[in-house]
Write a protein of this length. Structure first.
Lengths: 306, 237
């Protein structure tokens, strides 16, 4: 029973992180129909910026005030939001309307650029680092014999809070309506008076800020930060992309569902079957979903725009 | 005064020369129709006016000022609404959200509510389906939504691209009645149609387009009586 609960908590915590990152993939795909391969690097940058902020401020240890976490989180989100804005502006916007392969190759280029500049000594360097402890990992309270540390509670609350905020933004605001209109048709949206460039910029800013939030939360939960070009970052990004596809790429609610599903499957597989095969479960889910519902769990059957 | 003046417009799609020195004028308060067979360049003309396409040469004046090269979304603010060919409703939005998109550039809540009410009175069918996803509407209902949505922009110039396409004769008559109503309330309309009979019936002035060039221009009644138009577009003779 205790193991079941513990696994469920872990699955939800990791799953909400995946969902936050999956949202960025799915929003960009929904609007521009391209896979932003550099998105996992924004996540990596978010985690490292959080490290830089906490280190520079000298925060560490269990008695760090809670606002220190908030400052770190917001700092990282703002930095990556700006980074996303600049990347879209400089790398992707000039290619609007170019063949998709060109955009894809550019995205891979951006990804390599971020990984390599990240390794510069003035930035994050080539060595792994330990994220200072900002949130206590002492159990906050116990349910069914399982201790729930503050870190896990914060991870889930922040992730869920951000997802609710995004849900509200996309489905209940004028800007969100414009985003959905642009994702259906750029020319028709512009005929309604929508400034499409601005909506696209906004989408990149929001997606990148969410990835940064995920990066901060990830660094809180798993403080051993791998160096910027390490393969764990890419693998994590890939899992989140899988989450977006499983949920139905282009679908905001699908990305949330896909993230939670992938997180839970991975954690339950690791706890009850074999730890070494955890990545296998994730990709098995992908294959299963693609076999039985190629458009993803919440995706609608659409005609592929070639 | 002319609300819209198109001067010597040339438009290319790569090597295809789609519009060849096209000129036309739309007087304020009128319905002007542009008729012509498939591939004549009617849609191209409307797309160029609303800046979805860029002309290779020529000029377009709206209210006396050149609008060539200005982005599409700015033209909406100037007062040009374009209900595109094939309707172009947002299938992933509800009917109501589609109407709200029509009023995207407006901030006057009261005016928007009044225009929404007017659109729903013109098309009662839409009122019953406000919360329904627009993709589930029938073809005719989608056309009504496209026109209703364009009205919510409260345009000074309304560009309509084949509003009768694929509709039952009864619905076509309703749509044309509504076009006349919209015009009577002060909106200038540039109407592209293949249904020359209906179009010339509501319009004040007409242009006949053939492979990218205006071949005839006259008062709509005169065009409807001319032998060439009767033979080529009205299936008479
Ligand atoms: N995207 C495009 N690329 C290449 N050629 C095009 C494109 N769009 C239109 N054309 C060509 O330009 C010409 C004019 O097309 P347009 O769509 O303006 O015709 P239309 O008068 O609206 O016809 P219809 O009544 O069938 O809608 C046609 O010969 C068409 O093949
Ligand atoms: Mg056409």
């Amino acid at each position: 029973m205790a193991k079941l609960l513990q696994t469920l908590f872990d699955g939800v915590a990791v799953g909400s992180l995946y969902a936050l990152i999956a949202l960025g993939y799915t929003m960009v795909y929904g609007i521009l129909q391209f896979i932003n391969f550099a998105h996992s690097d924004i996540f990596m940058t978010g985690a490292w910026i959080a490290f830089v902020i906490a280190k520079a401020a000298g925060w560490a240890g269990g008695d760090t005030p809670i606002w220190a976490s908030l400052v770190t989180l917001l700092g990282s989100m703002i930095f990556c939001g700006l980074l996303g804005f600049v990347i879209e502006r400089l790398a992707y916007r000039p290619l609007r309307g170019a063949p998709r392969l060109n955009v894809l190759i550019t995205a891979i280029g951006v990804s390599l650029f971020l990984e390599n500049t990240g390794q510069l000594e003035v930035l994050f360097g080539t060595q792994p680092q330990r994220m200072p402890t900002l949130l206590s990992s002492e159990p906050l309270f116990r349910i069914g014999g399982v201790g729930l540390p503050l870190v896990d509670v914060v991870v889930v609350l922040v992730a869920v809070g951000l997802m609710l905020l995004l849900q509200w933004l996309v489905f209940s605001t004028r800007l969100g309506r414009a985003m959905r209109a642009v994702s259906f048709s750029i020319p028709v949206a512009s005929l309604m008076g929508v400034n499409v460039d601005r909506v696209v910029s906004f989408t990149f800013v929001v997606g990148s800020a969410l990835a940064a939030a995920a990066g901060f939360l990830y660094a809180m939960k798993y403080p051993g930060l791998n160096q910027p070009a390490h393969s764990t970052w890419i693998l994590l990004g890939l899992k989140c992309f899988v989450a977006a596809v499983v949920g139905g790429i282009g679908n905001v609610r699908g990305a949330m569902l896909g993230g939670l599903l992938i997180g839970c499957v991975e954690m339950f597989g690791a706890a009850y079957l074999s730890t070494s095969l955890r990545d296998v479960y994730v990709f098995s889910i992908l294959i299963l979903v693609l076999l039985f519902k190629p458009t993803g769990l919440l995706g609608k059957a659409t005609v592929e725009k070639v | 005064m002319a609300l819209l003046t198109v001067k010597q417009l040339d438009v290319h799609y790569g090597a295809i020369h789609a519009l060849k020195g096209l000129s036309l004028t739309v007087e304020a308060g009128q319905i002007v129709t542009l008729i012509g067979s498939n591939g004549a360049g009617k849609t191209t003309t409307l797309k160029t006016i609303s800046s979805l396409l860029r002309p290779t040469s020529g000029d377009i004046l709206f209210d006396g000022q050149s609008i060539v090269g200005r982005p599409t979304h700015e033209l909406v603010r100037l007062g040009i609404a374009h209900a595109p060919e094939g309707r172009g409703i947002f299938a992933n939005l509800t009917v109501d959200e589609n109407l709200e998109m029509g009023a995207y550039v407006r901030r006057d809540k009261v005016g928007i509510a009044a225009d929404r009410e007017r659109a729903l009175t013109l098309f009662p069918r839409l009122r019953e389906r406000l919360t329904q996803s627009a993709g589930t509407l029938s073809g005719g209902e989608q056309q009504m939504l496209a026109i209703g949505r364009a009205l919510l922009a409260r345009p000074r110039l309304l560009l309509l691209d084949e509003p009768s396409l694929g509709l039952a004769p009864q619905v076509v008559r309703t749509i044309f009645d509504i076009i006349r109503d919209i015009n009577a309330s002060g909106t200038t309309i540039l109407l592209v149609e293949q249904n020359a009979h209906m179009a010339l019936g509501v319009a004040h002035f007409g242009y006949v387009l053939e492979v990218g060039q205006i071949v005839m221009a006259d008062r709509a009644e005169t065009l409807a009586k001319s032998d060439e138009v009767r033979k080529a577009y009205l299936g008479v003779g």
